[in-house]
Each structure stands twice: as structure tokens, then as C-alpha cells.
Design a protein around this ligand. Structure first.
Ligand code: KG4
Ligand code: ZN
Length: 336
């Protein structure tokens, strides 16, 4: 079964082909980082326009490289939400038009399900699993007894973990998105020079709060002499990252223990973070839980995860009508 995936929920245009016989046979990405970088964040209107310009040529390129015609496909999967409405609509309208033209089934995928199932592109899933979804817009813990069944255990009360990385980077004058440069700078950092808060650590609920960290980093950074030297930047990055990783790790394993999970997984852009992957691998090993981090290309937004999730739906006989709407927000619901 061959499924074309389309992802345009935020600032990356991506198209991919998942072939149940071969796995991911193509995963194309057009990043808009340069477009939004000067604004220090994603500008929704610019994102929609760039998707509009890039999407169809990327579909054409993928089909040409794979030597496929539309009618060789078994379906088209597209991110229906959550995300930026204008950006989502470009992907959804394109998917609908292609499905209508070639009489193909359409599958709308929840972006977070895509991120979760990205783990299945690296190795077969071990279930039941507890998943930590950490991206620019989300910080959630979801329990997954089987593919298509999702129980949300909790999430952030304010900022997402990715935002905490992005805001730390901005305060230090590092480029957007901030996760990768903070991750890289932290490797050169010396521990112990700064201390940042770990809010709600003693709370028994599955909750996170990152807005206090942003304030704490700002207070520390504003008191430092200018210009900031590289070592100081690295030292702040290291401790801010440790604070974020500490709370993420703590909550994930607390939830996994309660749910008697056999495995823990990471999902979303922040799952690319080297320190987070290392800490979760260590802790999972100590607790006898299975853990294999997703490949980094499948952590940040990509259409391969959407194509694969779409294939799971199609294989279970679930499709959507051409009247499907996009949505800016909605919790991840079970479909099985
Ligand atoms: O999943 P994603 O690509 O888009 C959303 O759905 O939000 O996640 C983007 C987020 C950004 O906040 C970015 O700074 C963060 O993921 N990120 C990282 C790393 N790579 C990307 N955060 C920490 N360390 C990284 N290596
Ligand atoms: Zn995402």
C-alpha cells in the first residue's frame, strides 16, 4: 500500500511517501527557517503563502522521482490539525483536490498522532507505551496501549518545552528556532555557575510549567555584563537545558510507572535534544523499560510520520470525507 503524506501545520512544507512494503521511500522538506528567522518566530501569513508556493511542486517532484502517477497511490494522508489554520488549509485543500481528481481515499491525521507514530519508523513499537510529546506548541504525556488508542495524562499549564528553548535562545541572542543552538552550546557549558527553577516537581499530577524558567533566565541574563561571552552563553544554556530535561524526565517516568508501561517514547521537535535523549535512555535502562529515540529527521515536523499514521488508518479501514475541515486546536482522540 502506497500513501502520500502532506504536512503543512506550521513553518515546514513536507511531502513523503510511505510504502507498506518498503517503509518511507521519500521524505521531502522545505524549511521556512530563513523566512521567519528575522522575525524571531513564525509569521502565520508568510507560512501559508510559502506552503502555497512550495507544496504542489514538491508533490510533483516526489511523484516524478518515485516514477509514480496519482492513481498508483492507495490514499493521501494530510495533517488536519492542530496548527496554524491558514497553513493547515493549504495542505488540506491540496490533499482534497488530489483525492478528488484521482478518486483516492483521504485521511486526516492529528499532528500529535503523527509525532507519536514517528517512533514506529525507527523500529516496531513496544506497547503499552507512555509517550512524552515535546514540541514548539505542545508538552503532553500520552499513554498508548495500542496504535489508535490515546489517553492524555496531562500537559503544560503555560509554555511548551520547545518555547522554553526558543525563549532562552532569544534572550541569549542565539538564532531561531532556539532548540538546536541551545543544545549545541550546552555541550560546551560548565555546570554549577547558574541555578534555574524546576517548577511543580513535587506535584503528583502530570503537569508542567515553563513560564517561570523564562523569567528566571531573563533575570540572570539581564544582570550579566555585556557583551555576553561564549562561555557564559554555554553555561546558561547548560543549566536552562538541565532544568527543562529534569522536569520532562521526572514526569515521563512518573506517568509510565503509574500506567505500567513497557516502553517510553519521545516525540516532537524537542525529542531531537541530545541531553534529553541521553537522560531518558539512562533512566529507562535503570527501570527496565524499552526506549529507542526516533531518528532526528522524524522528530521535527515531517510528512513521513503523517504518511505512516495515514497508512495505519487506511489499513484499519478508516477514511475521511472530502468535507473534512482543518482545526487549530483539539485534543488527540482515539480512533480505534
Ligand atoms: O515538532 P516541531 O518541529 O514543530 C512543532 O510542532 O512545534 O518542534 C519545533 C520545536 C522548536 O521549539 C525547536 O526549538 C525545538 O523543537 N527543537 C529542539 C531541538 N531541535 C528542535 N529543542 C531542543 N533541542 C533540539 N535539538
Ligand atoms: Zn510538530
Amino acid at each position: 500500500m502506497k500513501v502520500l503524506g502532506i504536512e503543512t501545520s506550521c513553518d515546514d512544507t513536507s511531502v513523503a511517501l510511505y510504502d507498506s512494503g518498503r517503509g518511507v521511500s521519500a521524505n521531502l522538506l522545505s524549511s521556512q527557517v530563513d523566512l521567519h528567522g528575522v522575525f524571531g518566530g513564525v509569521v502565520p501569513e508568510l507560512a501559508s503563502r510559502a506552503h502555497l508556493v512550495n507544496l504542489l511542486p514538491m508533490v510533483d517532484l516526489l511523484m516524478e522521482r518515485q516514477q509514480l502517477r496519482l492513481r498508483d497511490l492507495d490514499g493521501i494522508a494530510v495533517t488536519a490539525g492542530p496548527g496554524l489554520l491558514g497553513a493547515l488549509l493549504v495542505g488540506l485543500s491540496t490533499a482534497k483536490a488530489l483525492c478528488f481528481a484521482a478518486d483516492l481515499p483521504l485521511v486526516g491525521v492529528h499532528h500529535l498522532e503523527g509525532h507519536i507514530l514517528a517512533n514506529a519508523l525507527t523500529a516496531d513499537l513496544v506497547l503499552p507505551a507512555t509517550v512524552l510529546i515535546v514540541s514548539g506548541g505542545h508538552t503532553e504525556v500520552v499513554h498508548m496501549p495500542e496504535v489508535g488508542v490515546y489517553e492524555r495524562l496531562g500537559g503544560t499549564l503555560d509554555d511548551a518545552a520547545g518555547e522554553a528553548f526558543d525563549k532562552t535562545a532569544k534572550l541569549l541572542g542565539l538564532p531561531y528556532p532556539g532548540g538546536p543552538p541551545v543544545d549545541a552550546a550546552a555541550r560546551r557549558g560548565h555546570p554549577g555557575r547558574f541555578t534555574f527553577p524546576r517548577p511543580l516537581m513535587s506535584d503528583s499530577r502530570t503537569v508542567f510549567s515553563f513560564s517561570g524558567l523564562k523569567t528566571a533566565v531573563r533575570t540572570v541574563v539581564e544582570a550579566l555584563p555585556r557583551p555576553l561571552d561564549d562561555q557564559t552563553i554555554a553555561d546558561v544554556c547548560l543549566e536552562a537545558q538541565e532544568a527543562i530535561v529534569d522536569v520532562l524526565c521526572h514526569r515521563l517516568f512518573q506517568a509510565a510507572r503509574r500506567k505500567h508501561a513497557r516502553a517510553v517514547y519521545l516525540a516532537g521537535g524537542v525529542a531531537a535534544n541530545g541531553r534529553l535523549r541521553e537522560r531518558i535512555a539512562d533512566e529507562a535502562g535503570r527501570r527496565g523499560l524499552h526506549f529507542l529515540p526516533p531518528e532526528r529527521v522524524y522528530c521535527t515536523d515531517n510528512a513521513a510520520m503523517i504518511a505512516y499514521a495515514g497508512w495505519c488508518h487506511l489499513a484499519a479501514g478508516r477514511t475521511d470525507p472530502l468535507s473534512l475541515d482543518s482545526f487549530a486546536r483539539a485534543p488527540l482522540a482515539s480512533w480505534r
